[in-house]
Ligand binder design. Structure first.
Ligand SMILES: *Cc1c(COP(=O)(O)O)cnc(C)c1O
Length: 376
């Protein structure tokens, strides 16, 4: 039988392995030259002024929230994301407000505007470019300017994505963006993340918060350091950054492959009961390939489909369970928001295998089994 096909996985080659071994033999395992090199290369790739690499995407969100938000600030955000996006708002004792999505899985920016009109105390919007498809950047810019709010772009799905000539992670119309280098994302460092921004002021605060809120002051004495804020140890290692530098060289190729896989799926599902989340988008970086199926009309349930596909060695995944419906959030009073699009989306959606090394044969095997099970 065919080897297990997960919904996502890393692509590691000999160059990646050698770049890590090189660091292991060098004087610095952490906080050496590879961190800055990785940050510079990421900033260059994202077309942004500053980049701070950290231990993971969640740490990036935490630090970004520390510099953007104050206690009790209201923040509009999406229920269709990984938990970390809105958790980071709670970390700093601010208040997420969940807004419904568009049919393409992204936060509905028109509804965000309605909320902003109703409540002038809303301070920020946290958007996620879901699956790699960028939210409308013109609308984002309009909201930022018109309502004078902070904007964070969660680009964990969208490294390498574009909106017209605006690159994801460039923070062109936002205060900052965050990235994740978890193995299922576009490039990996094992665990890793980064924040990008064009603001020197934010950059300097973030640098300090990454390392205990501490600043070296050799101008005062050779040993002297000063603590001005309560930071964390969110430093990433040189080992991880060497892997990141090596991975980043290959990102355009990775994304090209993801796009080809998306095109093949699109073609296979034409005129079938499987509906791709959106028509082919050349600007999407296709972190995920999400489809929708109206199970109410079928003999098979979604649970059964997942189990049957697993028996065939195919891993499906679901992105996402609405965050506001999680028990922890319900205990905080969430879960009763009016989000009909998200609710129906959750009933219908699931994600198919999508990663650069997925072969044509494997993809055809996934498609064949999926259509057979759904048509039974
Ligand atoms: C992966 C992910 C994160 C968190 O990143 P980690 O590196 O796993 O901490 C945050 N937001 C979104 C949308 C993600 O997909």
């Amino acid at each position: 039988m065919i080897d297990f096909i997960p919904y996502g996985k890393q692509t590691i080659d000999e160059d990646d392995i050698n770049s890590v071994i090189e660091v292991l033999k060098s004087p610095f395992l952490t906080t050496g030259p590879k961190i800055e090199e990785f940050e510079k290369k990421l900033a260059n790739y994202c077309n942004v002024n500053y980049c701070i690499a950290v231990t993971n995407g969640t740490a990036a969100l935490h630090l970004a929230s520390m510099v953007l938000l104050n206690k009790n600030d209201k923040v509009l955000t999406t229920p269709n994301s990984f938990l970390a996006t809105s958790n980071s708002i709670l970390y700093v004792k601010a208040k997420p407000i969940f807004v419904d999505i568009y049919e393409d899985g992204n936060i509905n920016l028109d509804l965000c505007e309605e909320e902003l009109k109703k409540d002038s105390t809303i301070k920020a919007i946290y958007v996620v470019h879901f699956s790699g498809k960028a939210v409308n950047q013109e609308k984002l810019k309009y909201l930022k300017d018109r309502y004078n709010i902070k904007i964070l772009e969660d680009c964990a799905h969208s490294l390498g994505a574009n909106f017209g000539n605006i690159k994801a992670g460039s923070s062109t119309n936002s205060d900052c963006s965050i990235l994740s280098f978890h193995p299922v994302k576009h490039i990996t460092t094992g665990e890793g993340g980064a924040i990008t921004t064009n603001s020197k002021e934010l950059y300097e605060k973030l640098l300090e918060l990454r390392a205990h809120g501490m600043q070296r002051r050799v101008d005062i004495a050779p040993w002297y350091y000063e603590m001005n804020s309560l930071g964390f140890n969110y430093r990433i290692t040189d080992i991880a950054c060497a892997l990141g530098i090596s991975q980043l060289k290959k990102i355009d190729n990775f994304i090209e492959k993801r796009k080809n896989i998306a095109k093949n799926y699109d073609k296979a599902f034409l005129n079938s009961i499987v509906k791709p989340l959106y028509n082919f988008d050349k600007d999407s970086s296709y972190h995920l390939y999400v489809v929708r199926v109206d199970f109410s009309k079928l003999n098979i349930t979604k649970i059964k489909l997942f189990n049957k596909m697993k028996e065939k060695n195919i891993g499906l995944q679901l992105h996402y369970i609405p965050i506001n419906k999680q028990p922890f959030y319900k205990n905080l009073g969430y879960g009763k928001e009016n989000t009909p699009i998200m609710d129906r989306y959750y009933e219908e959606c699931f994600s198919l295998p999508m990663y650069p090394t997925l072969t044509i044969e494997e993809q055809e095997y996934v498609i064949k089994n999926l259509l057979e099970l759904l048509n039974d």
